[in-house]
Design a protein around this ligand. Sequence first.
Ligand code: ZN
Length: 143
Amino acid sequence: MSTIGVGKEILSQCNKCKLILAHIIVTMKDATDPDKVMCKTCKGTHSYKDPSAKKKKATIEKVIKNHKVAGGKKITQSVAEIWTQALNSSQAPAVAYSIRTNYKKGDVIAHPNFGDGIVERLIDSNKIEVLFKDEYKTLLHNK
Ligand SMILES: [Zn+2]
């Protein structure tokens, strides 16, 4: 026996109330999916919005796909995980970032805005790619 149908109550996100509220199903798309629902609070009719859909999206972590590690193995890790591992394995002390310093791969820098970062790659003689806690950034150096 299906519990979903026209006239039945269902929880849906309400655009007007900005809340997940009890709605009455007005029309059905098919046997299992509501189409239009009416909010019991504001009496507005709108398309059904699955209240769990929004929640799922918010919990998806920032992930770098196919990040290459030593040996050419491809792995999936969040930037924060890579950053933590890189800083833990580095022996170099963090040095205050300066645009005039000539950096090399593996140097640890302390940036006034972005915090501690580790030099991942030399892009060219004046640009470095630095891994910070939340993201990779391109910084100038050797100016
Ligand atoms: Zn409403």
